[in-house]
Design a binder for this molecule. Structure first.
Ligand code: K1U
Ligand code: ZN
Length: 174
């Protein structure tokens, strides 16, 4: 397995729209394995292929807690078919926006159709953190980040901090 480099905002790749996966083949399954490894190592509860520079509609999720049994979920070509009117607020983070968190309001429940890594058509009803995480990850596939839901002032402040962090990392490496 290979650990993938996670792209950090601002990066134009993170703003692209991803293409559906035509065939769930061994190449796709290898990417799924690498993405799980990268997500667990980060650590995170979700990761979209676009975050590792692959512009395909695929995400991995595991919201299980540290001492619980892992519960890996891979969604290929996910489509959110229903969103509840009731909303909930979670503090969201993003592996492409390190160190920054914000409370985001989203539909509290959703239903998602997707293809599993075995190529099977599936349907999932989600609520709580799983519903939030699915919506966050599906947003990634359309080039949307959680900071896009914040005021321009808050979003600009976060982007400024990320640019500063990137410059600092470059300075230390060179
Ligand atoms: O998409 C991503 O960048 C992953 C992101 C997913 C997410 C987090 C919170 C709400 C919605 C979606 C993360 O995993 S950020 C890291 C994180 O939340 C976490 C890390 C370690 C333990 C528990 C949570
Ligand atoms: Zn994210």
């Amino acid at each position: 397995m290979t650990l993938k480099k996670i792209l950090i905002e601002p990066d134009p790749i993170l703003r692209k729209k991803c293409e559906p996966i035509e065939n769930v083949d061994d190449q796709v399954r290898k990417l799924v394995k690498d993405m799980f490894e990268t997500m667990y190592k980060a650590p995170g509860i979700g990761l979209a292929a676009i975050q590792v520079g692959v512009l395909k509609r695929m995400v991995v999720i595991d919201i299980s807690k540290e001492k619980e049994k892992p519960n890996p979920l891979c969604l290929i070509n996910p489509i959110i078919t229903k969103k509840s009117e009731m909303t909930s607020i979670y503090e969201e983070g993003c592996l492409s926006i390190p160190g920054q968190f914000a409370e985001i309001e989203r539909p509290a429940e959703c239903e998602v159709e997707y293809i599993s890594d075995r190529g099977k058509k599936m349907n999932l009803k989600a609520n709580g953190l799983l519903a939030t995480c699915i919506q966050h990850e599906v947003d990634h596939l359309d080039g949307i980040l959680f900071i896009d839901y914040l005021s321009k002032l808050k979003k600009d402040m976060i982007i400024k901090k990320l640019i500063k962090q990137k410059k600092e990392i470059e300075r230390v490496i060179v």
